[in-house]
Design a protein around this ligand. Structure first.
Ligand code: GDP
Length: 697
């Protein structure tokens, strides 16, 4: 039976979980679901049966690839809260998913390993979350492991994240194999976790041998708060006892303003500290109604506008799609209004109207149908067709875009073909479905060879999708070696007149266009603009000319690679009513593009930004490795536990780097890598690369 589930909750929290790979995100999530009663048994990542990592591919790799959302209830101080956990992929090849998960979260839990400390990926995602103004709670995990230190990790957090004041609000009781509970510095008591899988909370006095340490730590905490809060300062500086409720209320405010990040501790594996972390999520992280407005784009003007949340016009963002042959499941974050079953919404990207046939509450693997959903919630939708990840769905009369429609250009591609020709249609179907799920994955057909090319954001990105095709969808596909996706650009700006003057059958066609081509480093690759000043040209000719210009630039330059970093402005279009039509306009544009290409193009290769943290003694060897691979080292800076190296390096040189780095550092270095544009590559380098990477099936 469908029900109106939103009415039963006093509040909602939309929370992202951020962590470096292996810090314990999946294990913490599993514990959350277990203690909330949504799973009956604690899933264990090591034996590959967790609830969150539900795709087969994720199971076999033991890493979280897709940002799945799981909902559960947690009884806090003020009644039942519905928590939506938005899982973020830990691997850098999935940046777009991380960004989108952060964007739909109102708060985040950042998990650090108490042994490895702050690693490169967590720093990067921390910065991304600042970009979207997402307040954070830090959780130092794995304190049961040999070599763990809460204090050292806390100091590292302090040193690396200077944008906020990190404050310890707990202390560990014991450490490593002796780790047995936490001290709550707000209530000044000891919390232990007993009974079935640590589900019984036992609160008691702080042990005598920890009283001094706990009092010192509480003083540090209150001093930090007093610097930022007048109401705490008034009480604390008078030497009076500061009530727990005052601390909690002020802490919530200071977290919301981005001034403070409380630091908690525990061990997910040993079931220590998880329930207090859930309480902290409810006590301290913002509710959806605390976010009064969001950045949106007016689809008519393209202007960024501040859109109020919680109004009566419905709008929501599709942040993930689980595609299937029959009906896609769309994960939606709602921001405003109420959506009811069978409502019609509009997708401003396609301008298509869509109907909502089912609204689902998604409990990791379990699903409950509901009749309506209000603002600030996360639900699954079934019904809307032709929707991609990142699309906004909104009420028909007030169209609005929550996310830009441009995605980063792919930097790597591989040929893919069915092993048997009878599988061709199925393979194409699966590839289209994967591209719908993931807007940073692209499918093209090679101009001359007719080969299908799958392009994406990195080696692992393609590899994982290739495995999904084989294992999840059971299509026997052969994949070529991943190859760098080169680009071309014009050698310089030029103004070109393109002409189409042909007789087809017994009819004459004619059109002339003037186009200015500018070479610019554009984030979106290439851009087509209409610069025609007079208004006496049919709109359909102009549209056809613009589409041809866009298509012509994508089709490729002298060597057949797509053109990028070009802004093309259509300046004029001349024709006659009897001899000009849409086709003639497109023909004239393609003539202009060919003439521009004839003036000369240069080859570009994708460049990656690399951020490595490593022990000091390994930095020399890593630097040598990178310098032999055309890296430009920007800086090497000191860290409490080693060094950080920032550089830019051609992607072509980075194949196999994730396997090489552990060897160079004895497994002690971490890195994050992301595309940062394209740069000119010499003909010699290019010949060398093309020779060494011919497609091998
Ligand atoms: P994720 O990559 O961040 O999702 O990390 P996982 O939850 O998959 O954990 C990575 C590994 O660390 C697994 O082998 C876990 O069993 C282990 N692990 C997670 N939390 C803890 C912890 O608190 N203590 C110990 N000793 N191991 C943990």
């Amino acid at each position: 039976m469908a029900s109106n589930a939103s009415a039963t909750y006093s509040s909602i929290r939309n929370i992202g979980i951020i962590a470096h790979i292996d810090a314990g995100k999946t294990t913490v999530t599993e514990r959350f679901l277990f203690y909330s009663g949504k799973t009956h048994r604690i899933g264990d990542i090591d034996s590959g049966n967790t609830v969150m990592d539900y795709l087969d591919e994720e199971r076999s790799r033991g890493i979280t690839i897709v940002a799945a959302a799981a909902s559960f209830e947690w009884a806090g101080r003020d009644g039942n809260t519905l928590i939506h956990l938005i899982d973020t992929p830990g691997h850098i090849d999935f940046t777009a998913e991380v960004e989108r998960s952060i964007r739909v979260s109102d708060g985040a839990v950042v998990i650090f390993s108490g042994v490895e400390g702050v690693e490169a990926q967590s720093e990067k995602v921390w910065r991304q979350s600042n970009h979207y103004g997402v307040p954070k709670i830090a959780f130092v995990n794995k304190l049961d492991r040999l070599g763990a230190s809460f204090q050292k990790t806390f100091e590292e957090i302090q040193q690396k994240f200077t944008d906020v004041t990190p404050v310890q609000i707990q202390l560990p009781v014991g450490i490593e194999s002796e780790f047995s509970g936490v001290i709550d510095l707000i209530d000044m008591n000891m919390v232990e976790f007993q009974g079935d899988e640590g589900s019984e909370i036992v609160k008691g006095d702080i042990p005598d041998d920890m009283i001094d340490e706990a009092e010192n730590a509480r003083d540090n905490m209150l001093t930090a708060f007093a610097d930022l809060s007048d109401s705490i300062a008034e009480v604390y500086l008078e030497g009076e006892d500061v009530p727990s409720d005052l601390i909690r209320g002020e802490l919530r405010r200071l977290i919301g303003t981005g001034d403070v990040c409380p630091v908690l501790c525990g061990s997910a594996k040993k079931n220590i500290g998880i329930q207090p972390l859930l309480d902290a999520i409810i006590d301290f992280l913002p509710a959806p109604e605390d976010r009064k407005e969001v950045d949106a784009i007016d689809p008519r003007s393209g202007e960024v506008v501040k859109q109020e949340t919680g109004g009566s016009n419905f709008y929501g963002l599709i942040f993930k799609i689980v595609a299937s042959g029959s009906a896609d499941l769309l994960y939606m974050r709602t921001y405003s209004g109420t959506l009811k079953l069978n409502d019609t919404l509009v997708n401003p990207r396609t301008k298509e109207k869509v109907r909502v046939k089912r609204i689902l509450r998604l409990y990791a693997k379990n699903v409950e149908a509901i009749e309506e959903v209000g603002s600030g919630d996360i639900v699954g939708l079934i019904g809307p067709q032709g929707v991609n990840t990142g699309d906004t769905l909104c009420c028909v009369n007030h169209p609005l875009l929550l996310e830009k429609i441009t995605f980063p250009e792919p930097v790597i591609s591989m040929a893919i073909e069915p092993r048997s020709s009878k599988d061709k249609d199925r393979l194409v179907g699966v590839l289209e479905l994967l591209c719908r799920e993931d807007p940073t994955l692209f499918l093209d057909t090679h101009e001359t060879t007719g080969q299908m090319l799958l392009s994406g954001m990195g080696e692992l990105h393609l590899e994982i999708n290739a495995n999904r095709i084989r294992e999840e969808f059971n299509v026997d596909a052969r994949c070529g070696k991943p190859r760098v996706a080169f680009r071309e650009t014009l050698t310089g700006p030029c103004s070109i007149t393109g002409v189409f003057d042909k007789t087809i059958g017994d009819k004459e066609f004619y059109c002339e266009v003037d186009i200015d081509f500018y070479t610019e480093r554009l984030e979106c690759g290439h851009l087509v603009e209409n610069g025609i000043k007079h208004h006496n040209i049919p709109g359909s000719w102009i549209l056809s000319a613009e589409n041809a210009l866009d298509g012509g630039l994508k089709t490729g330059g002298t060597s057949g690679y797509s053109l990028t970093y070009i802004r093309a402005v259509l300046k004029d279009l001349r024709g006659t009513p009897d001899r000009t039509n849409e086709g003639a306009a497109a023909g004239a544009v393609l003539d202009a593009v060919s003439k521009a290409i004839l003036k000369g193009t240069v080859m570009l290769e994708p460049i990656m930004k690399l951020d490595i943290t490593a022990p000091e003694e390994c930095i020399g060897e890593i630097t040598g490795y990178l310098q032999a691979r055309r890296a430009v080292i920007h800086n090497i800076s000191p860290l409490p536990s080693g060094k950080r190296l920032n550089c830019e390096v051609p992607l072509a040189e980075m194949f196999g780097f994730s396997k090489a780095l552990p060897k160079l550092s004895g497994g002690r270095a971490g890195f994050s890598m992301e595309p940062c544009g394209f740069q000119e590559v010499s003909q010699d380098e290019l010949d060398r690369m093309i020779q060494s990477s011919s497609t091998v099936f």
